[in-house]
Every structure is written in structure tokens, then in C-alpha cells.
Design a binder for this molecule. Structure first.
Ligand SMILES: C[S@@+](CC[C@H](N)C(=O)[O-])C[C@H]1O[C@@H](n2cnc3c(N)ncnc32)[C@H](O)[C@@H]1O
Length: 238
């Protein structure tokens, strides 16, 4: 890599949502591409790059060194937001982790729902767990978008303190994705994953498996309702 740092579409979407002049904390930074890019492009007033493990944090420092901004970023070792305080930042980014892990990190730092912070969240999996957590912990998804990156769809969420009331379909299929051009594909992927799981569980004689299949069938119905709403919103006349 030369002096040019190119972000992947997923990280580029998040970078585009960081307010100009923000004081960011990037939790689970790994290579620190996001804080390094934002610092290089004069987009942030300050940046913290934090990670759970020393290996990724060394990689983060190395990226900072390579692009000449190591001294302008604070590198911190810690679990979740353990090494970051509410006064250190106004924007928290947590990307590239499972939805359950992101929810766990936020639950241990209740100040993230104090109304003073913007959260930019990008779950790799189990986004529905994260959406449910946010709803139950005084947070509202104010913007959501899907990004196609190397063949995979990733939801990106902007979250603020507030209230929201999600239908089962919105919890599973997105709080603010009704107008997203990739919404139909996202919903179909979720439906197909569940249909395939149900097909496997149907072969089981185990009671717990049959209960799980029932829950998945309910989710499929909720997702089909969402898909109808998406089609209604995007393909009027169909
Ligand atoms: C797949 S990388 C994502 C890197 C970058 N955020 C991105 O989106 O491209 C996940 C990173 O999260 C870190 N991580 C996982 N759990 C964490 C936690 N509880 N606290 C801080 N970092 C964590 C891992 O060490 C790893 O470096």
C-alpha cells in the first residue's frame, strides 16, 4: 500500500456518516483504517483507536505510522469501551463484530445512550439482536443503510438516544431500510437462511428443534410482510 489509503465500501459508508470535526472512538479498530483515513482527510478533531487485543492494536499503530498520523491518534488497549470515557469522544464507531458482541459492549457503557453521543454501528451478524437491544436500552436507529462489499450485504446504523418501536419484521429486516435499493435482496437472504434451517430442523424428532422451527417460521412470515412493504414502497403498481 502506498500513501493512498482506500477504504472498502463498508468502511467508506461509515466514514461518510462521521460528522465533520467529530471526536471519534473506533472500538475493535484492528488495522485502524477508519481512524487513520478520517485523520488523513481532516475529517475528525480527534481519534481513538481501541482494541481488545495487543496484536490488532500493533497493526493499528503500524497503519498510523505508515501514513504519518500515528502521533495524532490515541491507541488504547481495552475490552469494549473500557479504555474510553464519555468525555473522550462524541462519536463511537463499532464495526465488523457480531451484533451480540456490539450489544454487550454498549450494555457495559450505559453513557453511550446519554444523548451526547452518536453511535455508528455495523454488525457482521445477528443484527436483529442489536436492534432489539437498542430498542430496549433507550436508543433509536435514525438512519440505516445496506452496503454490498465483496459479495456480502452489511447493515450500517446511525443510532442516537431516543425511543423506537420496531415490528418483528423491522427487528429482523431493518429499522430504516424500506427505501434501501438493496432491501429486497437483504430480506430474501434472511428468508432463505431461515427456510434452509427449518428444512433441517423438520427432520428432527427433538421437541426443542421443532419449537425452534416454529419460531423460524414466524420470523419468515414477518420477513415476507416486510418484503411486501418494501415492494409496495419501491415498485408501486406491483
Ligand atoms: C473483524 S475486526 C473489525 C475491524 C474494523 N472495525 C472493521 O470494521 O473493519 C474485529 C476487531 O474487533 C476486536 N474486538 C472483538 N471484540 C472486542 C471487544 N470486546 N472490545 C474491543 N475490541 C474487540 C477484535 O480484536 C478485532 O480486531
Amino acid at each position: 500500500m502506498g500513501r493512498q489509503l482506500e477504504l472498502t465500501p463498508r468502511l467508506a459508508c461509515i466514514a461518510g456518516w462521521v460528522p465533520q470535526g467529530a471526536r471519534i472512538a473506533d472500538v475493535g479498530t484492528d488495522h485502524a483504517y477508519l481512524p487513520v483515513w478520517l485523520t488523513l482527510h481532516g475529517r475528525v478533531a480527534s481519534a481513538i483507536a481501541s482494541d481488545l487485543r495487543p496484536g490488532p492494536l500493533d497493526r493499528a499503530r503500524e497503519t498510523g505510522r505508515r501514513f504519518g498520523v500515528e502521533g495524532r491518534i490515541s491507541f488504547r488497549l481495552g475490552n469494549g469501551l473500557q479504555a474510553v470515557g464519555p468525555e473522550d469522544c462524541d462519536t463511537v464507531v463499532i464495526a465488523g463484530m457480531g451484533g451480540e458482541n456490539i450489544a454487550m459492549i454498549l450494555s457495559r457503557a450505559p453513557w453511550t445512550a446519554d444523548g451526547e453521543h452518536t453511535l455508528l454501528l455495523q454488525p457482521q451478524s445477528r443484527a436483529e439482536v442489536l436492534r432489539a437491544f437498542l430498542q430496549d436500552h433507550g436508543c433509536a436507529i435514525v438512519r440505516e443503510a445496506l452496503v454490498l462489499d465483496r459479495g456480502h450485504l452489511y447493515p450500517v446504523m446511525e443510532v442516537k438516544a431516543g425511543r423506537m418501536s420496531l415490528t418483528p419484521g423491522q427487528r429482523l429486516g431493518g429499522a430504516k431500510l424500506l427505501r434501501d435499493p438493496l432491501g429486497d435482496r437483504y430480506l430474501m437472504e434472511k428468508i432463505l437462511q431461515r427456510q434452509s434451517a427449518v428444512a433441517g430442523l423438520n427432520r428432527s424428532a427433538d421437541r426443542a428443534d421443532r419449537d425452534r422451527a416454529d419460531r423460524l417460521r414466524e420470523e419468515i412470515t414477518a420477513l415476507y410482510i416486510m418484503r411486501e412493504e418494501w415492494r409496495h414502497a419501491n415498485c408501486p403498481g406491483n
